[in-house]
Design a protein around this ligand. Structure first.
Ligand code: SF4
Length: 329
């Protein structure tokens, strides 16, 4: 039987959608992604979530609500460790429980646990359990697993070439070509690191389209996802003490890498209102920017009321200052 599986367009969607989508499709499922974030989706999420949740978690609830009457299964995995070392933040860990207890009339949730700290075959075991849930044989699941991993690695490579997750996915599907990506990657003199979690940076609604705004101002932007995983890992040695959380550590390591290589003129940290880890990440990035050459640093905090006009004004002032510093104005 072929199932319709719903994937909320939020949180780990921005890191792993190609892997999940390819796996489900290879097993004959139809994958339905929630619509793009907008005020309605966020308002729905805010109504369903506890008050002290961060904005991305609230938004996620809105995406779940968008899908709940349209699918046979909702894919809300419990992502514990994604690299075999650190865990995701506590809100990520409790996501399936939060969703189950906050939203009524849900279809069955696929909330399998993924904890790569348990050994190198854990990813395979996760997909095997997932395939079994969908009634597939081990051989069918294995073929789907191998194919989806290949697609995931290709997606990672495209991110390193500065494609956004959406564009990289379109290239894989053949809707865009890699040549188009090469043409799009401009070489502007002023370069900014736009650092934060992929689900805030790449969601045009909650980030108030910061990525696009930077491009329109002829500024080159580098994100965590543009840096090869092994380079991020190398930065680990520089820190006497790390944080516990996967996405937070990646953000800090990306900043250290870009500062070490002198690749950026300024750093913008996009932080989500209600995010516990970000209080520390933000201070850390600010201190590193100061210590490593007094690199201009700006924090942009986003919440459900963040306005477009205010954000544009702050960004323009920051870019103006970088241009003046480089002697372009
Ligand atoms: S890291 Fe912060 S923004 Fe991300 S889910 Fe956890 S609390 Fe929310």
């Amino acid at each position: 039987m072929s199932y319709r599986v719903g994937v909320p367009r939020s949180l780990a969607y921005y890191s792993f959608f190609p892997l999940w989508n390819s796996f489900f499709e290879e097993l004959g499922c139809e994958v339905l992604v929630s619509r793009e974030s907008n005020k309605g989706v966020l308002d729905d999420g805010v109504k369903e979530t506890v008050n002290d949740a961060c904005v991305p978690i609230k938004l996620y609830h809105g995406h779940v609500k968008d899908l709940k009457h349209k699918v046979d299964y909702l894919f809300v995995p419990r992502l514990v460790s994604l690299d075999g070392k650190e865990t995701t933040c506590p809100k990520f860990l409790g996501l399936p429980d939060m969703v189950k207890h906050s939203i009524k009339d849900l279809p069955p949730l696929i909330d399998l646990r993924l904890d790569l700290r348990k050994g190198k075959f854990e990813l395979w075991k996760f997909f095997k359990r997932l395939g079994e849930k969908l009634g597939k044989s081990t051989w069918e699941v294995f073929k789907a697993y191998v194919k989806s991993k290949k697609i995931y690695y290709r997606h990672q490579k495209l991110l390193e070439k500065k494609a956004s997750p959406e564009l990289a996915w379109k290239i894989i599907k053949g809707e865009k070509s890699e040549e188009e990506l090469n043409k799009m990657v401009a070489e502007n003199p002023v370069k900014i690191a736009l650092l934060g979690y992929p689900y805030t940076i790449y969601d045009p609604y909650i980030s108030v389209d910061l990525l696009d705004k930077c491009k329109k101002m002829s500024v080159d932007v580098l994100t965590v996802e543009n840096i090869p995983g092994k380079e991020l890992l190398r930065q680990k040695k520089k820190l006497s003490k790390e944080m516990f959380w996967y996405y937070s550590n990646n953000t800090i390591r990306a900043c250290l890498y870009l500062l070490e290589k002198k690749m950026v003129d300024g750093v913008i940290h996009v932080t989500a209102f209600g995010c516990g880890p970000d209080a520390m990440v933000d201070k850390f990035l600010e201190i590193e920017c100061k210590n490593q050459g007094n690199i201009p640093f700006m924090t942009v905090a986003i919440d459900e009321h963040t306005g477009d006009a205010g954000m544009s004004t702050r960004l323009e002032a920051f870019v103006d200052m970088l241009n003046r510093k480089r002697g372009f104005k």
